[in-house]
Ligand binder design. Structure first.
Ligand code: FMN
Length: 428
């Protein structure tokens, strides 16, 4: 299995170990031997897609940045990582921070950026300290700062700590947060490449996306494009949690069958039980049934075909004993709590869905509540400024679509315990 980011090299987080294993050679090659546009072309050739959830082609995104230097340009590296089930970017900060730093500097060079911000959720205290140490060491060695490798290229990298809001991972809320404003998403267009941080051209990329860049420059875009699933190449850091024997972060090629991840890498389902449901890419991604899990391959196109998505590759495995109604309550509670409140459908709809779900769980549900839940979700989806609306609505819609019987059974189970309707009337 190819490894691009989490290589099995002892102490790779230390700058001298990183250097002695070819570290910072890609940066040298880029700034000394390649023109900025050539770097972008190589990234386009690699067909690298964003690892932050939307799978947007990275090279194409970089090419949207204006060429001139009339305005300062910025790069925001997104390490907010607040989606439940996602815990892979912190693995990069811990195990291979210099590859991320090198990727950031190459991205700055390619897009004419002089200032990069790394936005990290504040709770990642340990990983903030580790990354800051790596940044300090890279400054000392002259990889960051003025006249890098004696060229005209200069760049600075700053860490910006988040204050614990999931919405600040959304790229425009993230920029507002860096500007010191409330983390509200912005209406788009204008898009960040035109009007980003302080109104200047800005690109936002996920930490894992950026960490792939040195490999692409070292070995070439074609080589990267040949790894894994052709339309979504490379590796993914799968963060596997839930009912498996060996949860953790596994770097594996895209297109790997889900059951290979669960059985061969994670030691199978806990206590040898059957699978009930798997969320393939963080809680905003629609879940998979046991039958779907048996054949699905883990790449963007394969998952989209069955109405789901790779998201952040945060795989949550749930066994046959799982209470699906309670799982959906937990997920919806998160989105209700985290909605920024700017858009009415999301602000009101998340609370409405939560109340309906709780009503079902508490034995006060009615059969028509199930369709009402789908209706509320449909009225959130596509009617908000940012994709948070979809993140909240899709799990509700698709969990009901795929596990409707569980919701019906919960309502019927309670119906059976209630006295017949005429007795209820008599008691009133
Ligand atoms: C509510 C919400 C939260 C998000 N959180 C993150 C996050 O924590 N990290 C991340 O990289 N992208 C997150 N995204 C996606 C970003 O808006 C953006 O698409 C991404 O950072 C772009 O990087 P990429 O092209 O490298 O994937 C979030 C999106 C939404 C709607």
């Amino acid at each position: 299995m190819v490894k691009i980011i989490l290589k099995d090299i002892h102490n790779l987080h230390k700058i001298d170990v990183y250097e002695s294993n070819g570290g910072y050679k890609a940066l040298k090659k880029a700034v000394k031997k390649m023109k900025p546009d050539e770097v972008i072309e190589e990234v386009k050739k690699s067909n690298l897609r964003g690892r932050g959830g939307a799978c947007f082609p990275t090279g194409l995104k970089w090419s949207f940045m204006p060429k001139g230097n009339e305005k300062p340009k910025y790069l925001c590296c997104n390490g907010d990582e607040s989606e439940p089930g996602s815990f892979k970017d912190r693995e990069i900060f811990e195990k291979n921070p210099h590859q991320f730093i090198e990727g950031t500097l190459i991205a700055c060079y390619a897009m004419g950026v002089k200032t990069a911000y790394v936005y990290i959720r504040g709770e990642y205290y340990k990983w903030i300290k580790l990354l800051q140490k790596a940044i300090n060491d890279a400054y000392k060695e002259g990889y960051i700062g003025e006249k890098i490798f004696g060229t005209k290229f200069s760049a600075d990298i700053y860490i910006h700590k988040g204050a614990g809001a999931y919405i600040c991972g959304e790229e425009s809320a993230l920029m507002n947060s860096i500007e010191g404003k409330r983390g509200y998403p912005r209406v788009k267009p204008p898009y960040p490449a035109k009007n980003g941080l302080w109104g200047n051209p800005t690109t936002i990329n996920n930490i894992e996306t950026i960490s792939n860049i040195p490999e692409i420059i070292n070995k070439g875009g074609d080589r990267f494009a040949s790894v894994g699933a052709p339309k979504h190449p490379g590796t993914l850091l799968f963060g596997v949690s839930g009912h498996v024997n060996k949860p953790g972060v596994y770097e594996l090629e895209t297109g790997i069958p889900l059951m290979t991840i669960i059985n061969d890498y994670c030691g199978g389902v806990l206590d040898g039980k059957e699978i009930k449901m798997v969320i393939p890419g963080g809680t905003s991604m629609p879940p998979l049934t046991k039958e779907e899990c048996m054949t699905i391959k883990m790449d963007d196109a394969s998952l989209k075909k069955i109405g789901s998505g790779i998201g952040t590759a945060g795989v949550i495995v749930m066994n046959e004993d799982t209470d699906i109604v309670k799982v959906l309550i937990r997920i919806t509670k998160f989105y209700y709590h985290e909605s920024c409140g700017q858009c009415t459908p999301c602000r009101e709809g998340c609370g409405w869905m939560l109340r309906l779900l709780k009503r079902i769980d508490e034995g006060k549900g009615r059969m028509e509540d199930i369709d009402m839940l789908v209706n509320v979700a449909n009225n959130i989806e596509g009617n908000t400024i940012c994709a948070f609306g979809e993140a909240a609505a899709l799990p509700v819609k698709w969990t009901i679509k795929k596990f409707r019987k569980d919701f019906e059974a919960r309502i019927k189970e309670v119906d059976l315990k209630l006295p017949p309707k005429n007795i209820v009337h008599a008691l009133r």
